[in-house]
Design a protein around this ligand. Structure first.
Ligand code: NDP
Length: 318
């Protein structure tokens, strides 16, 4: 049997943005419902040490930080629902509960306002071999799968903070890590680069793209990479036991693309200094609308902004 939920404010997504929006909304007595999606905690649940979230002198663990935010949101009065929002509708501004969302479960959520905080997820290269070998040597999460490469040689693809962080993490398990980047400079922060260059277990191959992921055995597992040397325009082979793809993220906005304005890559557009979307009463916070900073602390900040703006929206209506 499907259930019907009614609330002033629905928060969609359970990362730092969603939890923070829920904490502020609950404290403003909006009795928020937070629909968590399939990966409560978001990207921080697949990270390890967090050294840059203010307030903690020693490194903390990403999943622990998310558990704390979840508990805090619940303690101040948020109702948590495990579901995945799949459709959204604007019933019109003559309705007191103007927005109608449905979940994967078939349950219905009616709300005066909504904060979309569904985050982003890892991008893939798009090679057929990459899809075929997921779970057989191809991964996008070193903290989830690094353990399986004890004593082995692994490659990490990418040149941003994620790639560098994954490479450094993998040295805890693998004997050798090769970072492969398509240019000759990294995008990662300088402090991360310094750690990378200083690590004796890590090699870097510059100006290379992945042409194919090679496999052998029955069932097949990763045995190497066919790389394209972008300077010489030649192909070369590198023997590795695993490959970690760390080439950035894409926003989780599929259900919202026709509901609010999004840019060419699917990020929800909001004006500077606000979390307002193109549809009055709908706000967006965190990585789903931030292609620039994408930090836990900035996501939490915009989550706070979204709850305050939603509160004002409701006050202006009544
Ligand atoms: P980024 O977008 O910063 O970097 C993606 C990297 O992948 C770039 O080096 C890019 O190359 C490369 N790339 C993209 N597409 C391809 C492709 N098809 N083939 C090969 N290489 C490709 O993403 P990140 O996930 O690294 O970081 C996202 C955000 O999260 C950033 O703002 C980052 O600072 C932040 N972050 C912060 C952390 C921390 O503070 N501890 C940890 C992890 C992330 P090119 O450089 O040539 O464009």
């Amino acid at each position: 049997m499907t259930r019907k939920y009614e609330t002033d404010l629905i928060v969609i997504g359970a990362g730092p943005a969603g939890y923070t929006a829920a904490i502020y909304a609950a404290r403003a007595n909006l009795k928020p419902i937070l629909v968590t999606g399939l990966q409560p905690g978001g990207q921080l649940t697949i990270t390890t040490d967090v050294e840059n979230y203010p307030g903690f002198a020693a490194p903390i663990q990403g999943p622990w930080l998310m558990e704390q935010m979840h508990a805090q949101a619940e303690t101040v009065g948020t109702r948590m629902v495990t579901d995945l929002v799949t459709t959204c509708e604007d019933l019109g501004d003559d309705k007191p509960l103007r927005f109608r969302f449905t979940g994967d479960s078939g349950d219905v959520y009616l709300a005066k306002t909504a904060v979309i905080a569904t985050g982003a997820q890892a991008k893939w290269l798009g090679l057929p071999s990459e899809t075929r070998l997921q779970g057989a040597g191809v991964s996008a999460c070193a903290t989830c799968d690094g353990f399986f490469f004890r004593g082995k040689h692994v490659a990490v693809i990418g040149g941003g903070n994620t790639a560098v962080e994954e490479a450094l993490y993998l040295t805890r398990h693998a004997d050798k890590v090769t970072l492969i980047h398509r240019r000759d400079t990294l995008r990662a922060e300088r402090i991360m680069q310094e750690r990378l260059f200083a690590d004796p277990k890590i090699d870097i191959l510059w100006n290379r793209s992945v042409d194919d992921i090679l496999s052998d055995g029955t069932p097949p597992t990763v045995s190497g990479l066919r790389l394209k040397n972008l300077q010489k325009n030649t192909l070369e082979t590198l023997a590795v036991d695993g490959v970690f793809i760390a080439i950035g993220h894409q926003p989780n906005t599929a259900p919202f693309l026709d509901f609010v304005s999004c840019d060419a890559e699917g990020y929800i557009t909001t004006p500077p200094g606000s979390t307002r979307t193109s549809r009055p009463g709908i706000f967006a916070a965190g990585d789903v609308q931030d292609r620039v900073f994408r930090q836990a602390v900035t996501a939490a900040g915009t989550g706070c902004m979204a709850a305050l703006e939603a509160e004002r929206f409701i006050a202006g209506e009544s």
